[in-house]
Design a protein around this ligand. Structure first.
Ligand SMILES: Nc1nc2c(ncn2[C@@H]2O[C@H](COP(=O)(O)OP(=O)(O)O)[C@@H](O)[C@H]2O)c(=O)[nH]1
Ligand SMILES: [Mg+2]
Length: 329
């Protein structure tokens, strides 16, 4: 932190900690950027503020509008994406979240330990992904907040219990009920058009408790029933089997890429990726950094692996995971 910041800056920065809504936070960050003296010694700080502002804007745009009285209104989106964890009572949803995030949701051997949906953050390499623990679904009676919450998600995990043989049949029923409520849970192969994103959700089935004896037989039955409609991954939330693979699969559910921005003559910051939807182009990246950069875009330089080093590209050039982009405006 440069020592020569004006008192007004320090004062405003203090308010940042008390900001309650993302809107408030954004306003304070913009004030900070306006106040900070513009010289060489504060360049890093200015860049940091700009990154924070653009990330917050990105997140706010993604945040769905939910009625204030709704039981999911308190759940703010955060991180690179949101994945809801659904499942029947006692299937191990909370323990799975505990093992993936290191957080401490209540785990119990009685049903309905989790009564209201609760958010947790899972670190995946250099990003955070929000996981939401949910109350269980029942045979004929899906709590209305489940389809509502699922519509706000970027991906879905259904946690099945390998020690409960009726789980697969129950799942069939659940998928049908969700369809009636206008939410379709689909596998990796089914394409999702832009207009369908609100109700078609990429889904992964996790078959939990594979540490239990005889679970292979249950797994085979689940496989038979599901066919290849939805991917099925055996794990043990308790012992840890399959969890590192699961993290990668969760990242893939989001269908995003991580792209890094770079200033001319500087090194990119690989700790601060921008996350963009797959299929995004250079101009989407410019927009994510700052609206002005997109409005005044001239050209960009691209670094990709060992083969592409500073190639000049235009606004429509498609980006890939790991790309480094330097925007010139
Ligand atoms: N053997 C075994 N038990 C598990 C596993 N995951 C969860 N459990 C147990 O299943 C019960 C329900 O777990 P919980 O996470 O509260 O389920 P939830 O109701 O779906 O949130 C608890 O007694 C857990 O100890 C697992 O991978 N293996
Ligand atoms: Mg629970």
């Amino acid at each position: 932190m440069p020592a020569n910041l004006p008192p007004e800056y320090i004062e405003t920065e203090r308010k940042l900690k008390e900001a309650k809504t993302p809107q408030e936070k954004l306003e304070i960050l913009e004030q900070l950027l306006a106040i900070v003296p513009k010289h060489k010694g504060t360049e890093k700080l200015q860049a940091l503020l700009k990154t924070k502002i653009s990330k917050l804007r990105q997140e706010m745009q993604r945040r769905p509008q939910v009625a204030r009285h709704s039981p999911i209104a308190h759940l703010e989106k955060s991180g690179a994406g949101r994945v809801v964890i659904l499942g029947s009572p006692n299937s191990g949803k909370s323990m799975l979240i505990k093992s993936l995030t290191g957080a401490n949701p209540e785990v119990g051997d009685y049903p309905f330990t989790t009564r209201i949906p609760a958010p947790y953050m899972m670190r995946y390499e250099n990003i955070q992904i929000q996981l939401i623990d949910t109350p269980p679904y029942l045979d004929d009676d899906i709590p209305p907040l489940i389809p509502e919450l699922t519509r706000t998600a970027d991906g879905v995990i259904i946690c099945l219990d390998l020690t409960q043989l009726d789980e697969a049949a129950r799942l069939e029923n659940f998928l049908e009920e969700m369809k009636k409520k206008k939410v379709e849970l689909v596998g990796e192969k089914e394409p999702i058009a832009l207009a369908e994103r609100a109700y078609k959700k990429r889904t992964l089935i996790v078959a939990n408790k594979c540490d239990v004896e005889g679970s292979e037989i249950a797994l085979e039955e689940f496989r038979l029933l599901l066919g290849d409609r939805l991917p099925l991954l055996p794990v043990s939330a308790w012992r840890g089997d399959g969890l590192s693979d699961l993290k990668t699969r969760i990242y893939n559910l989001l269908e995003i890429i991580r792209v890094y921005s770079k200033a001319p003559g500087k090194k990119p910051d690989f700790d601060e990726p921008f996350t963009l939807r797959k299929g995004s182009s250079v101009i989407d990246m410019a927009r994510a950094i700052h609206k002005d950069l997109a409005d005044n875009f001239k050209y960009a330089r691209l670094w990709r692996g060992k083969t592409i080093q500073g190639l000049i590209v235009n606004r429509d050039h498609l980006l890939q995971e790991g790309d480094v982009v330097e925007i010139h405006a």
